[in-house]
Design a protein around this ligand. Sequence first.
Ligand code: FE2
Length: 477
Amino acid sequence: MSTKRSTTTTMEISSPLKKARAGLEESKGESCPTTAFKNLKYLNGFGAELESEALEGALPKGQNTPQICPYGLHAEQLSGSSFTTPRVHNQRSWLYRIRPTCKHAPFKPVSAEEGKYLVNDFSQQVINPNQLRWKPFPMPQDGEQLDFVQGLKTLAGAGAPDVKTGMAIHIYACNKSMGNKAFCNSDGDMLIVPQQGTLYVRTEFGLLEVAPREICVIQRGIRFTVDIDGPSRGYICEVYNGHFKLPDLGPIGANGLANPRDFQSPVAAFEDKKCSFEAVQKFMGKLFTTTLEYSPYDVVAWFGNYVPYKYNLWNFCAVNSVTFDHMDPSIFTVLTCPSAEPGVAVADFVIFPPRWLVQEKTFRPPYYHRNCMSEFMGNIEGRYEAKPEGFLPGGGSLHSVMMGHGPDADTYNKASQAELKPVKLPEDSLAFMFESTYMFKLTQWGNDAPKDEEYYKCWEGVAENFDPENPHPAPKA
Ligand SMILES: [Fe+2]
């Protein structure tokens, strides 16, 4: 495993489709910003007890905290759950590192400018019940140079991390690598959905390369650095309590949807480097900073089940009706962060993948709907089946609790008359949803971000075909 990193270089950027597909076959590397990301290796599996050592013998044998660790390393536990959480839910990792993470000068608040778009307390935010659709969220403008942290903006959310209740949706838009700057979030786990640009993520556990149509989860407390090779944008779901897990499959059986073996965690990679390194901590939504005199990526070996991971959405094995009716979108759940109430999620991450539609005697697009949950949607690529126009890649929509939504008029009018032969939804399209039991408020930034102010009109033309003389209307075609 490479333990050194070279300087950043700019190289060719492949299309999101090509890159994510390539990731199914072999590790990539033709456009990575540092040689360390070439031919990355990963550990496969979800929720498993994993281990990795960049130097042979760096993991202590038979115990966690020997009097002196191999190679003179320091043992440090990272707890993702309370010590006493039942074993089936307990998450923690042990890191064997050159220095313990407590070795730093006190953190100080960042400047008022930096982090001003991050919101942690939604009690005083904007209440808007309407169906909302955002235009593609703006990239850095007017010569702005923003890294991943500087380009983070909170869009909507509920609750607050200090009471470990709720979640937040953030948008990131950046055009600069973080370089010698590490970010760490005390508030929650972050599920990151790149829409444009590959993220080259250094973590304390090793390296992750995450292209559009892939996602990654970085749990609370894990330091990471995002480098990029061009303008990058994406969505983040931050959960203030609990962790993402795979949904139960019930009668589907033991396989299908997101299979555990397709989740990939990094292998240990360290650098022993004396240098000036900024560490930024998000703590109750505020950013604090300190300067380290060394690289924080000094973990030589680790083991445990609290480990960041990535997942290629091409690997999602969709299950759907092969008889009739449009199934509920929960069949496309990739990951869920459960609340204390069975079947009710703090956040579900749901995708709408390319797939065959074969239902007979069925209105095939999503049905009209009012939901006790909040539904935020983003578009990674292409056209979404229920809104082929206007819901653009890089944009978003929010259908809040009990607000009616569904296919636009054109989609309804066409689909209700369509010939029901098998249809493949195009492979160059992929939308997703963060669905939550919480009622979202908008941040001021989210409220002000460019929206389609005439979104509501997309339903104005839905045909009113009611005919009391005709109980069995048929398609005209
Ligand atoms: Fe819905």
